[in-house]
Write a protein that binds this ligand. Structure first.
Ligand code: HEM
Ligand code: FES
Length: 349
């Protein structure tokens, strides 16, 4: 991985996105505080704030977890995916404020160290309603902290992509812990069913979207072995590939992105070297395949990033015969130039 690649650069679009997201979060907090203060006048300002920050963080976490599968199911959600990390940092900031505020409010007046007090306080396991819920929150916050602290690309390079990815899958563990935190905590004292329905609805939405996206991926991974000629697999017709875009097929267990551009067809691995983003969902801009997640670029015929960058992905032999696109499933080593298949003039139109 090159050290000079600045894929995640600030630009006016990202700033606009952050301002809109920040405004929506602020709006949520204000409305939540207003509604709660009206409906529950007995609650103190501190409790209202603790709850508003918690609700904001948890809502944001639900949204963040839905963005991945939504972008898989419909390309229109891709712009949300590019900036998911920013939402993650916002969510962590709210969760941290909620955790710190709770510790100061409920655990700082005694003789015990506040963190120890979170872990051992109210430990009564005789009834479900007495099970201490705050250690679940602390464990979740610790995981979210590790993720936020390593969110920068510096850590991705140093930890290596597989370790970084495994660490960041911890978000699902944190999510489960927060659900337990709410079930054993605030839900035990709630008389209205609204919170339970909201919690259940959120969890169901996250699960359903992940299930639908996984089913779609599995369909994509079913090998297209319909026709083989000289070892080449018939993947689609030329007309199936929109100009400067790709279709993705699974060949010999690897996803391959087959791009059509300027009267030519090239095939490269679908897996971006940055964070395994789906290159086949990107576009060709200025002659380069642009990864839809954070903008790493690759030349379609060599699979290599344009100089001075050094990222490379495997390439595949391609033929076009009678309007059908044939791809050889055997990959060439990353960065190997492969002659693009040329489309005849009649088919370019
Ligand atoms: C040190 C860590 C944490 C502590 C000590 C803690 C403490 C608390 C306390 C005391 C409450 C009950 C507030 C009340 O009913 O008045 C609460 C509720 C809640 N917490 Fe945490 N928490 C922690 C971490 C987290 C994290 C990381 C999240 C993730 C978003 C979270 C989400 C929630 C939610 C959604 C509620 C219910 C809020 C509502 O009433 O709508 N907590 N927490
Ligand atoms: S640029 Fe980040 S995954 Fe491709």
């Amino acid at each position: 991985m090159s050290t000079t690649y600045r894929a995640v650069a600030w630009n006016p679009q990202k700033r606009r996105y952050d301002m809109v997201a920040g405004g929506l979060v602020l709006g949520f907090l204000v409305v939540f505080l207003g509604v709660q203060a009206t409906l529950r006048p007995e609650l103190t300002v501190e409790t209202l704030l603790i709850r508003a920050l918690a609700a904001g963080a948890f809502t944001l976490l639900n949204i963040i977890l839905c963005i991945g599968p939504l972008a898989r199911l419909n390309r229109r959600f891709l712009p949300l995916l590019y900036n998911r990390r920013h939402l993650g940092v916002m969510m962590f900031t709210l969760a941290l404020a909620h955790g710190v505020f709770s510790i100061v409010q409920f655990h700082s007046a005694g003789t015990l160290n506040p963190l120890v007090s979170v872990l051992v306080g109210n430990a009564r396991y005789t009834t479900i309603s007495q099970i201490p819920f705050q250690p679940f929150g602390l464990a979740a916050l610790t995981i979210l902290f590790l993720m936020a602290a390593t969110s920068h690309d510096f850590w991705l390079h140093n930890l290596t992509a597989p370790v970084w990815k495994t660490l960041h899958m911890g978000v699902y563990v944190a999510y489960a812990l927060i659900v337990l935190h709410v079930i054993f905590g605030v839900l035990q004292g709630e008389t209205s069913l609204l919170l339970a329905w909201t919690l259940g609805g959120g969890v169901l939405t996250v699960f359903t979207l992940h299930g639908l996206a996984a089913r779609q991926e599995a369909r994509l991974d079913r090998e297209e072995e319909s026709l083989r000629i000289d070892g080449f697999v018939d993947v689609c017709s030329v007309a199936d590939i929109p100009e400067k875009r790709a279709v993705v097929r699974c060949l010999s267990g690897e996803r391959v992105a087959v791009f059509r551009y300027d009267g030519q067809v090239s095939a490269i691995s679908n897996v971006c070297q940055h964070q395994n983003g789906p290159l086949g969902e990107g576009r060709i801009v200025n002659g380069c395949v642009v990864c839809p997640w954070h903008g790493y670029e690759y030349l379609p015929d060599t699979g290599a990033s344009p100089p001075p960058f050094t990222e490379k992905v495997p390439t595949f032999d391609v033929r076009v015969v009678a309007g059908r696109v044939l791809v050889h499933p055997q990959p060439h080593p990353p960065g190997t130039r492969v002659q693009p298949a040329m489309l005849d003039v009649a088919r370019r139109a």
